[in-house]
Design a protein. Structure first.
Lengths: 190, 190
DNA sequence: TCCAGACTAGACCGATTGGTCTAATTCTGT
DNA sequence: ACAGAATTAGACCAATCGGTCTAGTCTGGA
C-alpha cells in the first residue's frame, strides 16, 4: 500500500524539481495530492523537514541507479560509470529535462540555509565516493593512468555533470549532458 | 551621482546572489537600501522586471571582465580565456563564494518562468560566443587541434564552470573551480 | 467491546507577500 | 519665480504563506 507519507514524498519530489523550494507552497502540494494539511504536519515537522526527507527519497533513487550500473560486472569499470550518467540523462528526459534535484536545491538554498548546504554537499560527496570506487577499479585495470587521483576525478565528473544538467534544464535538451560525458571520458583516460 | 535605480540594482545583485529570487522580499531590499516602496515601483514595473534588470546589470560586469581579459594581446588566446575564469573565481571569493548569479537564478526559475529561462540561456550563449572567438584564435595559432569545434568547446567550458561554481558555493571553497580549469585546459589542447 | 494511538480533515492564525494609491517633495527648464 | 514632471514617501490592500489547533475517523490489540 502506497502510504500518505510516500505519496507526499513522491509528489513533493516532482514539484520541488520543477518549482524549487520557495516557490512551492504547502497548499499546492496538498491540492496536487488531495491530502489535507493535518496529515502533512502529522508526518512532517515542517516544510524544511519535508524537503530534507524528499532529498533522502531522491538519494535512495540515485543509490538504486548506482547499484544497478556500477554493480554490472559484465562491463568495464569506466563503462559502468558512464552507464550511470546515461541512465540519469534518461531520467531527466522523462521528467522534462528539469535537471538534478540536488543541483536545484543546492543553488537555491545554500546561500541561506546551512542545513541544506551541508545536506546536499554530503549527498554529492557520497555519490562521488561511489564513483571513485569504480574509477579505482579502472585504474587497477590500466584503463586509467596509474597516477590518477580517483577521488579528485570523481568529484570533477560530478561537478561538470551538474553544470551540464543546468544547461540541459535551460535548453530542455540533453545535448549538453552528452557533450560533457564525451569530453570527460576522452580526457580522463589520457 | 549614484542614482536610486543604481543602488537598487547593486544591492539587488548582492541579495539575489545570496537569497535567490523567491526568498528575497521587496521589503528586505528596501530595508537594506533605505529606499521606500514608491521609488521601487517608480523605477521597476514589478519584482520580475527588477530581477531581469539585475541580470542585465550582472551581464554588464561579465562583459567588462571579458573585455579586460580577452582583449589582452600580450597573452596567448588560451591564457586570456583562463584569465577570465580566474578573474571570476576572484570575484566569487570576494562575494563569499556565492557562485554565479546566472547559475543560481537559472536553476531556481527555469522550471517555472520562461522569461528567465530564455533570458539566462541567452546570457550563457552570449558569453560562450565571446569565449569561442578566443578559442578560434587559439586554433588558428595551433594551440588547439585544427579540427576543434570552438563553439562546442566554449559551451562545454561554460557548462562545467557553472557546475564547479555550484560545488564551490556548497563548500565555500574555490578548489572545485581550480580543479575544473586545470582539467579542462589540459584536455582541450590534446 | 472498548480504548489508545495513528491518522485525517479543514477551519483558523498572525505574518508576510507583491503590488497599488495618493500626497508630499524635489528637480528641471523657462 | 514658477509650472510641470520626476521622484519620494509610506499607508494600505487582498492574497498567500507556513504553521497550529481541535474535532473526528480509522485500526489493531486487550
Amino acid at each position: 500500500m502506497r502510504t500518505t507519507r510516500q505519496r507526499l514524498l513522491e509528489e513533493g519530489l516532482a514539484l520541488l524539481l520543477r518549482h524549487g523550494y520557495n516557490d512551492l507552497g504547502i497548499q499546492a502540494l496538498l491540492d496536487a495530492t488531495g491530502i489535507p494539511k493535518g496529515s502533512f504536519y502529522h508526518h512532517f515537522r515542517s516544510k524544511e523537514d519535508f524537503a530534507l526527507q524528499v532529498v533522502d527519497h531522491y538519494m535512495a533513487e540515485v543509490h538504486a541507479g548506482l547499484d544497478a550500473c556500477l554493480g554490472d560486472r559484465s562491463r568495464a569499470p569506466l563503462e559502468r560509470v558512464r552507464d550511470f550518467f546515461e541512465l540519469s540523462r534518461e531520467k531527466y528526459r522523462r521528467e522534462g529535462y528539469m535537471g538534478c534535484l540536488l543541483g536545484g536545491l543546492g543553488q537555491e538554498l545554500s546561500g541561506v540555509s546551512e542545513a541544506f548546504r551541508y545536506k546536499i554537499e554530503w549527498c554529492f560527496s557520497e555519490i562521488a565516493g561511489r564513483i571513485a570506487v569504480s574509477l579505482e577499479e579502472a585504474r587497477q585495470c590500466g584503463d586509467l593512468p596509474a597516477e590518477t587521483d580517483v577521488h579528485h576525478l570523481a568529484g570533477l565528473l560530478l561537478d561538470c555533470w551538474e553544470g551540464a544538467a543546468l544547461r540541459s534544464r535551460l535548453r530542455r535538451d540533453p545535448a549538453p549532458l552528452e557533450a560533457m560525458l564525451d569530453f570527460y571520458f576522452r580526457a580522463a583516460v589520457s
